[in-house]
Design a protein around this ligand. Structure first.
Ligand code: ATP
Ligand code: MG
Length: 411
């Protein structure tokens, strides 16, 4: 009996052990599954975080690189891939990616010293991080490199940002040129006026009426010039400030504008015996724009043709036609023309082909075409020029049929 009980107890214990073992195995398997699920979720989250980071860095317009202690690229955003025209920047040595010695120097300094570097580098024509794809001429870059906070494993990473500041550099250059040119243009007549004033006062020439009158006449001519330069600069700055509302848009007949300009220039045209031809198939053509500026545009273009060609035999054609895409206006002459080297610069402020100025003869300040261009652009139009010296110099203006400006402004 006792043996029977003992056997039964042993069997019961064995059964309990088996149940426990089965339970343990099952729970071991379950926790393995759970751990795997956790691991997968973690990896997924990590990948998501990485993707998010990459997406943000790819959205940057600037080229962005992460470089490790050994100078190897560990990350590059899409702007960097575009800039260096390569899909395989990661794993390359940074000095193989950034070739230009001026840019590479800043990177090398930051990598070796850990010192943050921010500098602007102006690269000459045909040199650029873009390599042979650079066709903009002089290009400017800001390189910004700094060491990142240390990583948990003790390693360090350096971030490098390369920003294209070519457009800003050009604007800055234009501003500097403008200030230099404006000062120069104002200084010349100012110096002439001062010279004559000194003569009048120091040499006591005021008493000599004839001489004094001659001097005062010259002084007035140069003070008029100063006033005109200032007036022109104000017009340019008004047009450049993008104050579309400063334009007084109204419909007007372009023929009447041509008529006004011819009337104003009549004595010069007669004096030079120039031939003016108007080509306007539709004499009633209407333009929506600021009549004041359009008269100035036309005046400057016709005046230029006359001023640059004072000898007889000059033919000037003023034309205006309408076509499906818009309106074309042109002023062409058969005069001395503009050398091809000067053509790209002709609309720049103070740019003149003939640069010398004598005291007696003042041809112009070189602001006229700047005003012309800006006035046309304020009307959403464009202007171009072609010139075959001695044959034909043609300024061609294109404007949309009904410019959006006019639509907004018309009451
Ligand atoms: P401003 O118009 O300010 O009195 P400007 O006539 O010298 O002075 P722009 O009208 O800007 O200045 O013209 C710039 C330069 O372009 C002129 O100085 C001249 O050298 C050249 N130019 C313009 N139109 C002609 C043309 N039809 N033929 C030859 N050269 C021209
Ligand atoms: Mg002019």
């Amino acid at each position: 009996m006792t043996t029977g009980i003992a056997i039964f107890s042993a069997l019961a214990a064995l059964a309990a052990l088996i149940v426990l073992a089965i339970r343990m195995r099952r729970s071991g398997a379950e926790s393995k599954v759970e751990i795997n699920a956790w691991r997968q979720r973690l990896e997924h989250d990590l990948q998501q975080a990485r993707d998010e980071r990459n997406r943000l860095l790819d959205a940057l317009g600037d080229a962005f690189l992460l470089v490790d202690d050994s100078g190897t690229v560990r990350f590059a955003n899409s702007a960097a891939h575009d800039l260096f025209s390569s899909n395989e920047l990661v794993g390359k040595a940074v000095r193989e990616v950034i070739h230009d010695p001026r840019l590479a120097k800043s990177v090398a300094r930051c990598l070796s010293t850990g010192e943050p570097i921010q500098s602007q580098v102006v690269l000459p024509q045909q040199t650029s991080p873009r390599g042979d794809q650079e066709n903009r001429g002089i290009n400017a870059w800001v390189i910004d490199a700094a060491r990142m906070p240390p990583q948990p494993d003790g390693g360090t990473t350096t971030r490098i940002i390369l920003r294209d500041v070519t457009a800003e550099h050009h604007i800055e250059q234009i501003r500097k040129d403008f200030v230099a040119n404006a000062s120069h243009e104002l200084r010349t007549p100012m110096a002439i006026i001062n010279g004559y004033l000194e003569n009048l006062l120091d040499d006591n020439l005021v008493e000599e009426t004839e001489m004094a009158r001659r001097f005062l006449t010259i002084m007035r001519k140069h003070s008029d010039r100063i006033s005109r330069i200032i007036e022109d600069m104000l017009v340019i700055s008004r047009l450049e400030s993008g104050e579309a509302n400063s334009l007084k848009i109204e419909p007007f007949r372009f023929r009447s504008c041509i008529h006004d300009v011819m009337e104003r220039l009549e004595s010069v045209i007669r004096g030079q015996n120039a031939e003016i031809q108007v080509v306007m198939p539709d004499e009633t053509l209407i333009i929506h724009g600021d009549r004041f500026y359009w008269t100035q545009v036309l005046f400057n273009l016709v005046e230029n043709a006359l001023k640059q060609n004072p000898h007889p035999g000059l033919r000037v054609e003023v034309g205006c036609t309408q076509h499906a895409g818009g309106i074309h206006i042109w002023v062409a002459d058969n005069g001395i023309g503009i050398p091809s080297a000067d053509l790209p610069h002709i609309f720049r402020r103070f740019y003149r082909v003939e640069k010398h100025h004598s005291t007696r003869e003042i041809k112009g300040t070189g602001l006229g075409l700047s005003i012309v261009k800006r006035a046309i652009e304020a009307h959403r139009g464009s202007i171009g020029v072609t010139s075959v010296p001695g044959r034909e110099t043609k300024f061609l203006i294109s404007i949309p049929l009904q410019s959006p400006v006019s639509a907004e402004n018309e009451v």
